[in-house]
Design a protein. Structure first.
Length: 139
């Protein structure tokens, strides 16, 4: 059973952003699948590593486009990106230090953050991309 199903309702209307979000949903589901098999802890470190790596790539693509179109809300958007990277890096550091992490709480945090960010912040950025004539940028 999938924990987090992608839905067209999550689409912000910019192809490269939606494609990246689908991949982030897949990473969250990989962790969930491992938990369902009783191996959540075994895969958490790798998933956090993959999540941080891919999230940084995704954020760089978004931020490059923000600069290109001179997006008016870029500073606030980038601050949200930095906060997530910091929070996930904190989880990663705790994991590597041997601290016990509740993988269910990690899943919920990641899903909630992604849904809220997509539907409140990224959708505004996608509107700005469309106004700039760049909604289907395939980076």
């Amino acid at each position: 059973m999938t924990f987090f199903s992608w839905s067209d309702a999550y689409s912000v209307g910019a192809q490269f952003i939606d494609n990246d979000h689908r991949r982030l949903v897949e990473l969250i589901n990989e962790l969930h699948d491992a938990m369902a098999l009783g191996k959540g802890r075994d895969i958490l470190g790798k998933t956090l590593d993959d999540l941080i790596h891919y999230t940084k790539e995704h954020f760089k693509r978004e931020e490059d486009e923000m600069r290109r179109i001179d997006y008016h809300a870029a500073a606030e958007h980038v601050t949200q990106h930095e906060r997530l990277i910091h929070e996930v890096a904190d989880l990663q550091a705790k994991f590597h230090a041997g601290e016990s992490l509740v993988t269910g709480a990690v899943l919920k945090f990641l899903k909630d953050w992604l849904v809220n960010h997509m539907m409140r912040t990224d959708i505004k950025f996608a509107w700005a991309l469309r106004r700039a004539g760049a909604a289907s940028v395939a980076v």
